[in-house]
Design a protein around this ligand. Sequence first.
Ligand code: RP5
Length: 286
Amino acid sequence: MWEQFVVARVQQPSCYPKRSSVCHPSWSDKEDGYTPPEFTHDSVILNAEDRATGGQWADVQNPSPSLLGKRKTFVGECRQDAVCIRDTSCAYDAKRQRYLFPGGRTGITGRGLLGRFGPNHAADPIVTRMRDGKLQVILIVRNDGSGLLAFPGGMVEVGATHTETLKAEFTQEACLPGGAVDRLFSQYEKRTVYRGPVDDWRTTDEAWIETVAVHFHAPDDIASSLDLEVTDKDEVIKVGWYDAAAVVDSMYASHGAWLRKVLLYMEEEELFRTRASGPSYPLARR
Ligand code: RP5
């Protein structure tokens, strides 16, 4: 599994210490002299659940192993439902009492910029339309120093579901709420494209993001009624429709891999629909 998680080993936000180099990513292989730096950003400490003054979106410094074991995970791409991490084969560091990133060694311990030890759950809406024979997708430019194109996703808040988060993030980061958004999310969901860990540059050995990425395809009347506007300007620089085939190779984290899947599904559907005449928009690059 570690082969898919290159970003988590070689990239990092500028506030992170340099990752130690990793020769053997897999936890089941020995890595002699592996002593990665430990880093947890101040914003994480200041927003811990036991601090009355912060946002309380982060774990306390030393949560109990039993609490961590009950955390839900989608480890293994095929899972439909999240399961308790203690019931999986996820690697565990008994000395530090922490579950370890399923994508292997990252060269940093602690939580970095992530609030939770273990999986930090997110949801990613992938909203597409057809325009001039091409598949277009709504993407944001992230305001996190990466400046990369991404789906308008975000973290699942305590008490919220992935489904609620998909729509909430879409309306905070990409589009004003309204009837078109309601119809899009209630009637035009096509499929869940991915469930599982993300190859995100914030990942550490002990904290990672797991997402559910869901594709919605807007028919013309819905697409033309979507009012694209960024509400959460702290997180997002801008939003727009982009030609999917043109951006698929230069997106944030694992987002390009999910968009490539969408391009392939849509291409298959188009081939099935048109049969002899073939696809009417560019094929995904493989
Ligand atoms: C990615 O980070 C996820 O796929 C999701 O798009 C995003 C969530 O983090 P924030 O945008 O809330 O920082 O790994």
